[in-house]
Design a protein around this ligand. Sequence first.
Ligand code: PGA
Length: 252
Amino acid sequence: MSKRIVIGNWKENPTSKKEAEKIFKQISKGKWKGVEVVACPPSIYIEALRKISKRIILGAQNIFYENSGAFTGKIGGSMLYELGARYTIIGHSERRSLGENNNDINKKIKNAVYNGLVPILCVGENFRDNEHKYLAFIKEQVESALEGVSKTTLDKIIIAYEPVWAIGSSATREATPSEFLEISIFLKRILSDKFGIKSVGGVRILYGGSVHPENSLGFLIEGKADGFLVGRDSLNPKKFLEIINNTENAKY
Ligand code: PGA
């Protein structure tokens, strides 16, 4: 099994390169060894940040699915790889809410893999209904995102379960470790049905949505998470380092 991983999604923050460098430098002073740490800043900061520390791997928050051409405003996976990114978030709910669909996400996953970027596929329901229709919703997100992806590349893909209702400062409530565990088992079942049981072991399944130092241990120990996709607390070096420390040391 690969190492646990903690990924910071900085979203459209901070507002200056200077501030980005300051945050990155502070995080890079952390003492982790047995865990992978990734920061996904706004792409324009990647080049400057990679010069500061090699211990934190850089990632993009999004890519376009074509490497070049008449696509105004788009940046493809090959350009981001050249800039220094090695991971990319794909299908974050904030991008889906801007109109990105499952078909776009499938093309982005393929572009990422082709260009040597590890895709972090985000899935998660907007709300939970009593008839459990949200399970079919998640299943469709996973199956369509991975359509045409070969079994052999599956272990290069990370899945982050991020229930939309638990993300950001407008979250209605926090998810529980047992809710995460249930979905993580469900995701493994979907992968096993699609790719065969042997292909599932290498896929890391992360939790994301209001992750803090305080709730992180529960997701690791009880929820058996392989790591986290962290939003707000990834911009706070002290809290982010505590999450990293918990991720490295939690035992179950
Ligand atoms: P949050 O964001 O940790 O601020 O809830 C998580 C995410 O959107 O990936």
